[in-house]
Each structure stands twice: as structure tokens, then as C-alpha cells.
Design a protein around this ligand. Sequence first.
Ligand code: ADP
Ligand code: MG
Length: 292
Amino acid sequence: ATPTSIMVGTGRAAELGILFRKGEALQGLRDTQIIAVDKTGTLTKGKPELTDFQVSPGYGRDDVLSWVASLETFSEHPIAEAIVAAGKARGLPNLEVSGFEASPGFGVRGIVAGRKILVGADRALAREGIEVTAFANLASDLGREGKSPLYTAVDGQLAAIIAVSDPIKETTPAAIQALHAQGLKIAMITGDNRHTAEAIAAQLGIDQVIAEVLPDGKVEAVKQLRKNGKKVAFIGDGINDAPALSEADVGLAVGTGTDIAIESADVVLISGDLRAVARAIALSRATIKNIK
Ligand code: ADP
Ligand code: MG
């Protein structure tokens, strides 16, 4: 590709809200075979809502929700915002919290009104030896509906299952269709529950799902996809997407995401609309025709 064609291509892209931080990324996009994409905040809005809340026998709903919501006021995770909002909507009081601790990829813990509260994914409870099998059927039903199941333990006992649902962006189905029409394979990489991830992937026609990935595992997932010389672009928005954005042949950050994701990316999509990715690929193909 000539410097002039790259300038023309990246200039045209800028008009479409696609900022190339590196000119080479235009060629990288043209050569891309697999698009790997983060789920939360990239395919979905990243604004989950609490949809379901069921307690174990012997626990009061409002009691458990107020303990959990009080604890989650200290977390910055979007899931925490959903739970805090649900507590507020029910007019529940904010109780005193001490010893708050967040465990990325697992959940949060702390002492609320004298009780040890743990909230998070099944693996967060499993590593404390707390079984979640009492809610297994409900959890798989919730997962099939594309909702993410979370669990609460109170003083080491399973006390509740919570579901949050994060709507798919209105523009995502068309974006996936356009990328498929361009002959690309799409892989979703997420820390979320496997059943939930598979339900969302099925809804969108995504080709491959890599779920229940711990925060530092996304980069490993991209490495795996790059095996055998496959050219992989990764799209993400979060702090823990930064290493994967660097690892991919082309890293595309959603401009509505975190600063660290944007700094690690080769390309920045100004809006959260993933149809821009297909437009960028079309542009790369049109601009860089005669190389190799
Ligand atoms: P993702 O952004 O894909 O959800 P994370 O690594 O941030 O990935 O979180 C993985 C999982 O850990 C979440 O899906 C959730 O089950 C659990 N988790 C993380 N933070 C919290 C929190 N503040 N409250 C409850 N669960 C949490
Ligand atoms: Mg994300």
C-alpha cells in the first residue's frame, strides 16, 4: 500500500467515526480472518439490570438484597450498579460495610451489618467450598434466557441467586451480519457464564464462544485464535481487554470504553456501533487492493 492510499483510506475512515491510531492497521484489517469480540459493553450495552432475585429457605428477600446492595456500592463493576439500583428502587437502607474486597473475575466480599457477604459468579463461591447446586436448574434456565446468574453467600451459606440481564445493542445484529457477509468468522470472548454467553452467541449467530475467561485470560484466548497464522482482530472496551487489544493483529477499542482500552488499540470506534467495523474492513479492502 502506498502512503497516499493509506492517508486517503484513514481520512475517509475518520469521516465515518473510525480513528486509525496506526496507519498499518488499515492493511491489518484487510488481512483479518477472525474477529474476536468482548461481550459486555461491546456486543451489549454494558448496562445490566437486575431481573431475578431468589433467596434460599429461611432468608428474607429484602434483608439479603439490602446486604448485597450495600456491599455493591463499593464496587465499580456494571453488575454492581444494577444491584445497587435494585436496592434503591425497593427503598432499602444502605448498611455499614467493612473489609470490602473485589476479586476481578470472581466477585466481591465484605462484612455488612456483622455478616460475611460474598457475591459473585459460581466460581467465587466454589473456591470457598460453597455449593450452588440448589439453584442449578434455575441458573441454567436464566442462562438460556441470556441472563447472567450470580450467587450470594451469607456467613458461608448459599443465600440467594441473582440474575442480571445486559441488553444487546440495537446495532449489533446488523454488524454481525455485515461481518459474516464479508467472510469473517466471529468469536466471542467473555468472563460471563458459559450458558449465558452461548445463549447470546446463538441469538447473534456468533461462530465461536470462549466463556468464563478470567480477566488475564483474554490475551491467551486471542493467542489461541492466532495459532496457524490466522489474522485476528479484537474488539473490546474494558480495562481487562487492554492486553488482548495489544496481542491481536489489529486491536479495535470502543470509544465509549475505558481509556486504557483506547490507548492499547490500533483503531478507535468513536461510537459504540459495531457496524463501523464492517465499514472499516470494506474501506481497507477498497483502499489496499494490490499488495503481496
Ligand atoms: P465481564 O466484564 O465479562 O463480566 P469480569 O471479569 O469483570 O468479566 O467479571 C466476571 C464475572 O465475575 C462476572 O460475570 C460476575 O459473575 C463476577 N463479578 C465480577 N464483579 C462482580 C461484582 N461486583 N458483583 C458480582 N459479581 C461480580
Ligand atoms: Mg467489556
